[in-house]
Ligand binder design. Structure first.
Ligand code: PMV
Length: 344
């Protein structure tokens, strides 16, 4: 295989990536192993949060050493296996057998519904492909990141990004591309609203599998999602905030309808989430209302979209709501990239 690298190409590498929030969601796989989606999706990469990951393939390690957030050494279990499986994909491609040391840090709460797996696997894809001596372009990095976590395929890019469903069984046509870079729509804001509550019980991987198998509305989702993608693409290219966000909010509600009608039901919202939903709707519906919309992933936290000029108004309305823990105002963030400062 032309990718096989010689051992003098091995080096320590560190990358930073940002999470993304989908405007048109991905929910359901057509291939569990390769992580191929049932539908395409579009997202915005956030500037405010990031994952930093350092990887080095080393002689003398008996197993992969994986440390998260300064103090959690993974010794086994689902998360450890997921990362080792990902490292195996890279090792196989590069013809390297050495085990790796991986240290990763998030500057935001892990598994808090803020897409930490997206930034996590995008940073890991960039760092470990470089550490092993592979020289991958953005498309290859997106395909690689996708195999760690579907939404990570989009975090390889900054700005607004589309991940294609693809048709091929080998997944070579299921990757992300940038629609607009981070400076292309600088006034777009995504306010990440952290809501008080417990960590989700059903992760997206298991949840979406149950939905595909049991929700009676899954086919309707697939029948309508291409239209949502088309509308959001049109809204993004024409700078039409209302169009992008109206479609994004409806798309989120459709995804949560699938979740609610899954057996057993996936109910991710809590009373804090509801308080934000009601407030956003009432702010919008008021006379001379504020143009703001919401979107929610598989968790109880919620993101509110508005334009820069309306941020302080929206912030004032949301920050004192019952159940709201904190707000982070995000603009479009940039691509995943290599950095010089290592974590070890
Ligand atoms: O890539 P995963 O397994 O973290 O799934 C992401 C699912 C959603 O966040 C709910 C939607 C999306 O497109 O990001």
């Amino acid at each position: 295989m032309s990718d096989i690298v010689s051992s003098d190409k091995l080096r320590k590498a560190t990358a930073i990536a940002h999470p993304n929030i989908a405007l048109v969601k991905y929910w359901g796989k057509r291939d569990e192993k390769l992580i191929l989606p049932q539908n395409g999706s579009i997202s915005m990469t956030l500037d405010k949060f990031s994952t930093k990951t350092t990887v080095e393939f080393l002689e003398g390690l008996e197993k992969d050493f994986i440390m998260l957030n300064s103090d959690v050494v993974l010794e086994g279990g689902v998360e450890y296996e997921k990362i080792v499986r990902f490292l195996d994909i890279v090792r196989l491609r590069a013809g390297v057998v050495l085990k790796a040391k991986v240290v990763s840090e998030n500057d935001f709460p892990t598994a808090a519904g803020l897409a930490s797996s997206a930034s996590g696997f995008a940073a890991l894809a960039v760092a470990c492909s470089t550490a092993v001596g592979l020289d991958l372009d953005k498309k290859e990095l997106s395909i690689l990141a996708r195999q760690g976590s579907g939404s990570a395929s989009r975090s390889v890019y900054g700005g607004f990004v589309e991940w294609y469903r693809g048709e091929k069984e080998d997944g070579t046509d299921s990757y992300a591309e940038q629609l607009i870079d981070e400076s292309g729509w600088g006034s777009f804001r995504m306010i990440a609203v952290e809501v008080v509550g417990e960590e989700k019980k059903v992760k997206s991987r298991a949840g979406m599998k149950q939905t595909v198998q049991t929700s009676p509305y899954y086919q309707s989702w697939l029948d309508t999602v291409d239209k949502d993608l088309e509308q959001v693409r049109k809204g993004l290219s024409g700078g039409n905030f209302k169009l992008v966000c109206e479609v994004a909010e409806k798309n989120c509600l459709k995804m949560h309808s699938l979740m609610l009608t899954t057996k057993p039901s996936l109910v991710y919202w809590n009373s804090g989430t509801m308080n934000v939903i009601r407030k956003v709707i009432s702010m919008r519906d008021e006379d001379k209302g504020t143009e703001c919309y919401f979107t929610i992933d598989a968790g109880h936290h919620i993101c509110v979209m508005c334009e820069g000029k309306d941020v302080s108004n929206v912030q004032k309305e949301l920050e004192n709501l019952e159940g709201v823990k904190g707000l982070t105002i995000c603009s479009p963030g940039d691509d995943a990239k290599l950095v010089d400062e290592h974590l070890f």
